[in-house]
Design a protein around this ligand. Structure first.
Ligand SMILES: *Cc1c(COP(=O)(O)O)cnc(C)c1O
Length: 457
C-alpha cells in the first residue's frame, strides 16, 4: 500500500501484444452465420467488408497477438493511460472500499475508441486499402476513426444519424477537421438511404440506417472501400485489452488487486478491454475477481434480453450471431448514452454472462447522471454519459461495502469524458432528464421478429 493516488506507466510499458481471450475461452463459441444462407460466414463474404488481418484475429487461437510498431507509435500519443485511486470519492461516500479507475478520456478524441480505430486503419493501409466507411451516432466512433484514417492517409466516409448531424454538430466538425466526409443518414448516396428518404423526406435516421448505408457504400465500391465497426466484433474487444493489460500493472504498482472490475457495456468493447485480462487471471490463476457489466435500464440487453440467434444490424444485412438480444428491430429509447443504445451484445461477453463468469447490472439514466455528478464533484472529471453507468455501478458496490464493512478493492473503466455532452448534463441539472420504464411491449414485439435459424452447429 502507498498513499499515491495516480499511477503512471512509462511509454515503454505500452503493451507489445493484445490479449486474445479466444485462447482461454471457458465455453464453446458458435460461428456467425450468413444473413441469407444461414451457413457459417466465409472469408470471401466478410473479405468484401473487412481487412483480412482483422478477420484472422477474430478466429485466432493465440493468446497474444503482437501490436504492430506503427500502432504502438501512435498509441504513444495518449498511452499508457493513467490509473487513479479515487480517494476523494471514497471519503465522500464514507466507504471502507478502495476505488480505482482507469481513465481512457485522455485520448485525443476523449474515449477508448482510438485503441481499435488506429489498429483497424493500420491493417487497411497495410493491405493496400484506400478508404473506410462507417456509421456513427453522436460521433464518438466517427471521430476516432476519422483521426486514425488521417494518420494513415486513408479516406473516411461517415454516415451520421441525421438527428445528431443536425442537432449535435460539434463532433461532426471534429471528424471534418481530420478530413473525413460526413453524410447525414439517411443520405442520397445509397439505395437504402434513398428508399428511406422516399418514405419520409425528414427521416431522423438511426444507428440502423447508418450501419446499412455504411455497409452498402463499401459493398458497392468494387473493393475501393471497406467497412469498419467500432465495437462488438472479437478484434475490437481484442484491441481494447490494452486497457486491462496496463491496469494489471498499475494495480500492482498500487500494491492491490481488484475484488471487483466494472465496465459499461454497449457493444461490449471497453468492457471487454478492461475485463478480459482480469478474467484471464481468474481462469488461469484461480483469482476470484467479480466482473460486472453495467448497462442502461432502457436498453437492458444482458439483464433482460435472451440468448438467441439474431441479426447484428437492424435491417438484416449483417451476419446472424448468437447473443443476448432485445430483437434487432427494437429501437431503444433516446437516452443520452447513445453508445449504449444497441439491441445486441458482443458474442464473447454474452457467452460469459450466460455461463456465469460475468455479472450484469442495469441502471436508469437519471441515477447514472447522479453518479456522474457525484464523481465529478470529488474527482473533477465529468464522465461521458456511457461511462456514468460504470461510475454508478462502482459507487453502488462501494456503498454495499459501507453496509457490510468490507474493505473491497473496486476497479472501473472510465471510458471517456463528457465534454461534448454538456446539453445532457444541463438537462440533468434542470431536472428534465427522463426516467424510462423498461420498454417491455416494444421488446416483446421485436422478439417476435428474430430470424428463424435452423443451424445446429
Ligand atoms: C462508444 C462508447 C461506449 C460504448 O461502447 P462499447 O463498445 O460498449 O465500449 C462507452 N463509453 C464511451 C465513452 C463511448 O464512446
Amino acid at each position: 500500500m502507498t498513499d499515491q493516488t495516480r499511477f503512471e506507466l512509462p511509454q515503454d510499458r505500452i503493451p507489445r501484444a493484445w490479449y486474445n481471450l479466444n485462447a482461454d475461452m471457458p465455453v464453446p463459441m458458435v460461428p456467425p452465420l450468413h444473413p441469407q444462407t444461414q451457413e457459417p460466414v466465409t472469408p470471401d463474404f466478410l473479405g468484401v467488408l473487412s481487412p483480412m488481418a482483422l478477420l484472422g484475429q477474430d478466429v485466432s487461437p493465440d493468446a497474444e497477438i503482437e501490436i504492430p510498431e506503427p500502432v504502438r507509435d501512435i498509441y504513444k500519443l495518449w498511452r499508457p493511460t493513467p490509473l487513479f485511486r479515487a480517494v476523494r470519492l471514497e471519503r465522500a461516500l464514507d466507504t471502507p472500499a478502495h476505488i480505482y479507475y482507469k481513465y481512457e478520456g485522455v485520448s485525443p478524441v476523449g474515449s477508448h475508441k482510438p485503441n481499435t480505430a488506429v489498429a483497424q486503419a493500420f491493417y487497411l493501409k497495410d493491405e493496400g486499402g484506400k478508404c473506410f466507411t462507417t456509421e456513427t451516432g453522436a460521433g464518438q466512433w466517427g471521430s476516432a476513426l476519422a483521426m486514425a484514417c488521417n494518420f494513415f492517409d486513408l479516406g473516411c466516409e461517415v454516415y451520421m444519424v441525421r438527428v445528431s448531424y443536425d442537432q449535435k454538430p460539434m463532433r461532426r466538425h471534429v471528424m471534418e477537421s481530420f478530413g473525413a466526409t460526413v453524410f447525414p443518414s439517411p443520405s442520397t448516396n445509397t439505395n437504402a438511404g434513398r428508399s428511406l428518404l422516399e418514405q419520409d423526406p425528414h427521416h431522423p435516421g438511426s444507428l440502423g440506417t447508418a450501419i446499412s448505408e455504411g455497409i452498402e457504400a463499401a459493398v458497392m465500391s468494387n473493393g475501393e472501400k471497406k467497412y469498419s465497426l467500432g465495437s462488438f466484433l472479437p478484434h475490437v474487444l481484442l484491441h481494447q485489452t490494452v486497457i486491462g493489460l496496463e491496469a494489471l500493472e498499475q494495480m500492482d504498482m498500487a500494491g492491490e488487486y481488484p475484488d471487483v472490475v466494472i465496465g459499461c457495456a454497449g457493444g461490449g468493447s471497453n468492457f471487454g478491454g478492461i475485463a478480459f485480462p482480469f478474467l484471464r487471471e481468474n481462469l488461469r490463476n484461480g483469482r476470484q475477481t467479480r466482473i460486472i457489466a453495467a448497462e442502461p435500464a432502457a436498453c437492458p440487453t444482458l439483464t433482460r434480453g435472451e440468448v438467441k440467434w439474431d441479426f447484428a444490424d437492424v435491417i438484416g444485412m449483417a451476419p446472424i450471431v448468437r447473443m443476448h438480444t432485445l430483437g434487432h428491430t427494437f429501437i431503444p429509447p433516446g437516452i443520452h448514452a447513445g453508445g449504449l443504445r444497441y439491441h445486441g451484445m458482443a458474442p464473447q461477453v454474452s457467452a460469459l454472462v450466460e455461463s456465469g463468469h460475468i455479472e450484469a447490472v442495469a441502471i436508469d439514466q437519471v441515477d447514472t447522471f447522479d453518479g456522474g455528478v457525484q464523481f465529478a464533484r470529488s474527482e473533477g472529471i465529468l464522465p461521458a454519459p456511457e461511462s456514468n453507468h460504470a461510475v454508478t455501478a462502482a459507487i453502488n458496490e462501494a456503498l454495499a461495502c459501507k453496509e457490510s464493512g468490507d474493505e473491497k478493492v473496486i476497479l472501473f473503466n472510465l471510458s471517456g469524458h463528457g465534454n461534448f455532452d454538456m446539453a445532457a448534463y444541463g438537462k440533468h441539472a434542470a431536472g428534465e432528464l427522463e426516467r424510462y420504464e423498461y420498454p417491455a411491449g416494444d421488446i416483446a414485439e421485436a422478439m417476435t421478429r428474430l430470424p428463424d435459424v435452423t443451424f445446429a452447429g
